[in-house]
Design a protein around this ligand. Structure first.
Ligand code: 4NP
Length: 156
């Protein structure tokens, strides 16, 4: 387990939801002066090495956050050693992570919205087949998660 908090956001492709969550978390952590490692990954292999979806980049930029230099990667068992919190964007990815998780790992594995009061158990919907408005909704909801996670880290 790392000594400083280390947060990994995980979706399916690592080009839409988890890079937005990573960008939102970086912005909130910086604003609040919280020191933590932040990264994102996908459970699927299709977008390894790819930049975030252009729609995700535009939405983040509209909110003052640059995510264009992020690159897709696939989650691995090693991530359960490197990160203290592994945060799934939906239940399909939570189930995939439970399979990758090494026995005895102490990393906390939860849905992002489990950290948001009143939203436990809810998923962040995949905007990939939607339009830019769906990416705006994704930004709103991952920002709620980022605020809640930073509040938790501040209180620890
Ligand atoms: P994400 O969205 O999991 O939020 O990055 C997706 C991006 C790509 C694919 C699926 C979901 N895909 O099948 O390529």
């Amino acid at each position: 387990m790392p000594r400083t908090p280390a947060i990994l956001f995980v979706c399916l492709g690592n080009i839409c939801r988890s890079p937005l969550a990573e960008g939102a978390m970086r912005a909130v952590a910086e604003r609040e002066g919280i020191e933590c490692l932040i990264d994102s990954a996908g459970t699927g292999p299709w977008h390894i090495g790819d930049a975030p979806d252009p729609r995700a980049q535009r939405v983040a930029r509209r909110h003052g956050v640059e995510i264009g230099d992020l690159r897709g990667r696939q989650v691995s068992a090693d991530d359960f050693e490197r990160f203290s919190h592994i945060v799934a964007l939906d239940k399909q990815n939570l189930a995939a992570l439970q399979k990758v998780r090494p026995t005895g790992s102490r990393a906390e594995l939860k849905l992002l919205l489990d950290y948001v009061p009143g939203m436990a158990g809810k998923a962040v919907a995949d905007p990939y087949y939607g339009d830019e408005n769906d990416f705006e909704k994704t930004w709103s909801v991952v920002s709620l998660g980022a605020e809640a996670l930073v509040a938790l880290l501040k209180s620890a």
